[in-house]
Design a protein around this ligand. Structure first.
Ligand SMILES: [Zn+2]
Length: 343
């Protein structure tokens, strides 16, 4: 089968598009003929090499995908050949104390499609049956491939961890990213007031079209000062910061007393200066989050089904044009998801 893969870590030039072996399934796995996949920033980190994560080469990239069930193992009951499905990228052991408690993303063996095992930028992918779900609503394959990883991540951050409530104010930093734009949609459905930041006025316009109440261009204004002004020095209830070093101190000072800061990443560095006095005196909660559990995955499928929601797709590339797609993501030119069409 045709696939996009790497045989060593490095730059965009290390990505190959060629023939690889088609996966073979076990009795509890499902083989899916992929129709679409979508990019995540994770793909770039996997390509460059993540410290502590060893991959077997050739390694197929990609965590999100949707397609048609080609073959289901003998013990698989939830889907059958011909079903239109999407994938939950998070795979766990099913037996440890965390899995038993329904907290799959806390599993010590937790891993992702495309990160530790072969992913979705291919004609076929295999996955455990627990990770395969029918596509909700009337979503196209491109739309179905565009939302799982980022919506699952944003849902756990806002709903399960920060427990965002109607009428609260949330600040989402860097609205161009996939998790951030998913968080904007979820926060608006929750009934919260949403403030976003971006350094790009086009992205600010798009965020407003998606329902952002206020958008701050951080190249023109200091967002922390602007938050103090906008909230009469009170600060926001919830703040989503995946940026890390560059924003951390300002994020802490943008929170209200009792506020919740939630993070799932640190694109500018993971060891910022911090302010412990502000954290304890203002009783701020700092919440870490990664992906989500299976219940949360079902909750986002319901969110799409009930609200007839469509993910924001920035652009669609063909599988063979994968380098251009990754280049666009690396240069942060996208708003929403970059999708790969696979035929
Ligand atoms: Zn486990």
């Amino acid at each position: 089968m045709k696939a996009v893969f790497i045989t060593e870590h490095g730059g965009i030039d290390k990505i190959k598009f060629d023939e690889v072996k088609k996966p073979v399934i076990s009795s509890k796995e499902v083989l899916i003929k992929l129709k679409a996949a979508s990019l995540n920033h994770l793909d770039i980190w996997v390509r460059q090499g993540i410290p502590g994560i060893k991959v077997e080469f050739p390694h197929i990239l990609g965590s999100d995908g949707a397609g048609v069930v080609e073959e289901a193992g003998q013990e698989v009951k939830n889907v059958k050949a011909g079903d239109k499905v999407l994938l939950n990228p998070g795979i766990s052991c099913n037996t440890c104390e965390f899995c038993s408690a329904g907290e799959h993303s806390l599993c010590p063996a937790f891993h992702l499609l495309g990160e530790h095992v072969n992913g979705t930028y291919a004609e076929y992918v295999k996955a455990p049956f627990e990770n395969v779900h029918r596509i909700p609503g009337n979503l196209s394959f491109e739309e179905a491939a565009a939302f799982p990883l980022v919506f699952l991540t944003a849902w756990r951050m806002l709903i399960s961890k920060a427990r965002l409530l109607p009428g609260e104010t949330i600040l989402i930093l860097g609205i161009g990213g996939g998790v951030s734009s998913a968080a904007l949609r979820i926060a608006k459905h929750t009934g919260a007031r949403v403030i976003v930041t971006s350094g790009d006025n086009n992205k600010i316009e798009k965020a407003k079209q998606l329902g952002a109440d206020i958008a701050i261009n951080y190249n023109e204004k200091d967002f922390a000062k602007e938050i103090r002004n906008l909230t009469q020095k009170r600060g926001v209830d919830v703040l989503l910061d995946n940026i890390g070093s560059v924003t951390w101190i300002k994020s802490l000072s943008s929170l209200a007393r009792g506020g919740r800061l939630v993070t799932c990443g640190a694109t500018t560095g993971a060891n910022p200066q911090t302010d412990i006095q502000r954290i304890f005196w203002n009783q701020i909660s700092v919440l870490g989050s990664t992906m989500g559990n299976r219940k949360e995955f079902l909750q986002i499928l319901n969110l799409f089904e009930v609200n007839n929601l469509k993910p924001v797709i920035d652009s669609v590339f063909l599988l063979k044009d994968f380098r251009e797609a990754q280049k666009k993501m690396e240069e942060k030119k996208q708003f929403g998801k970059i999708v790969i069409k696979i035929y």
